[in-house]
Design a protein around this ligand. Structure first.
Ligand code: DAH
Length: 340
């Protein structure tokens, strides 16, 4: 009886080992047959009911079953481990023949390239770079810059207000007020940054960037401004670029000028780009209004200064003959790539 049971368990056990497909299944088989409450252990326990004379022979048979199943398990385990490792290797294999040509390298946005180029030119001329908040007090955006409460630029419709005293800055000129308030001359700074106005068409965007320049020292005149901007224009546009000043008005400068560049397309003869005038308007500038110096705590009897504010998008559009500002914001990679 027991002998038959032993044979049966041997056959079932070896079948189960052969049929196990994973190390998990194999482990289940080990527990089922050789575990503490497993089939072979149960056989050993049943020895106590076997007549004493037969015990040694039966005991040996049961032990043989254990050894057989054990060694079958070991063999099967090796086979399964090999297969499992192969499966993992296959799944995680690196294809070293994959072409790396499809990997695109990123690049800086054209506006960032232009901003960096401008900063480099001004730093080469001895300017340092200043920064200020994009959300600012009207005190810096307007009051200290001699833009009184009743000035048209203060209309609520013209600016994004957070509350009556705080707005998204409409110009980087507020940084010059912030710098002058805490710095003694000589001052020689440029500050690039985003500004916000509610305009939106081919040449205006509700968000755009300006680069503000400010120099304050003894004996600074409009001639210093002209020399600096001419140097900048030659380096940024082309060595043959000429600069022209036209009278203008800004509350924070007196006198104020509009600065034009000779048209790069026709060399000043007049073409479609410059609308036949030979000149293209680039930026606003002027001699810092003494009222602004005084409001910011700088003695206007001792010091004078000049300031300018240039649109970074505008400069980019002129430099690369871009007809629509929105092309710079659309983030079409095919477009941006041309500037690499
Ligand atoms: N803030 C002016 C604007 O946004 C640009 C400007 C003009 C800045 C003259 C200046 C300046 O510093 O002196 O249109």
């Amino acid at each position: 009886m027991l002998k038959e049971k032993i044979d049966q368990i041997t056959a079932l056990g070896l079948d189960a080992v052969a049929g196990a497909k994973s190390s998990q299944e194999l482990n289940d088989v080990r527990v089922k047959y050789l575990g503490k409450s497993g089939e072979v252990t149960a056989l050993l326990k049943s020895l106590k009911d076997v007549p004493n004379a037969e015990k040694p022979a039966m005991g040996k048979l049961i032990n043989d079953v254990k050894v057989k199943i054990d060694s079958a398990l070991a063999q099967r385990e090796a086979t399964i481990a090999l297969a499992e490792r192969k499966a993992i290797e296959e799944k995680e294999r690196l294809d070293v023949t994959l072409s790396k040509d499809n990997l695109e390298q990123g690049a800086l946005h054209p506006l960032t390239l232009v901003k960096n180029e401008m900063l480099n030119i001004f730093m080469g001329l001895g300017f340092s770079v200043a920064d200020g908040p994009e959300v600012d007090y009207t005190r810096y955006n307007f009051e200290l810059l001699n833009i009184p409460q009743d000035h048209p630029a203060r209309d609520f419709g013209d600016s994004f207000y957070i509350n009556p005293d705080i707005l998204l800055r409409t110009q980087t000129s507020c940084v010059q007020a912030r710098v002058m308030e805490v710095t003694k001359p000589p001052i020689r700074i440029v500050c690039p940054g985003k500004v916000y106005r509610p305009d939106d068409d081919a040449t205006h965007s509700p968000m755009f960037q300006q680069l503000e320049g400010l120099v304050v020292d003894e004996h600074i005149t409009l001639a210093d401004l002209k020399g600096t901007l001419e140097e900048f224009a030659k380096k940024f546009f082309s060595p043959s670029t000429k600069v022209r000043f036209r009278p203008s008005y800004f509350p924070f400068t007196e006198p104020s000028v509009e600065v034009d560049l000779s048209c790069a397309m026709c060399g000043g003869k007049g073409c479609r780009l410059c609308k036949g005038t030979g000149w293209i308007e680039l930026l606003g500038a002027g001699v810092v209004n003494p009222a602004v110096l005084d409001a910011c705590g700088i003695d206007s009897k001792k010091y004078t200064g000049y300031a300018f504010g240039v649109g970074i998008e505008r400069a980019t559009m002129i430099k690369y003959s871009i007809p629509d500002m929105r092309l710079l914001f659309d983030n079409d990679i095919r477009y941006a790539k041309q500037f690499k």
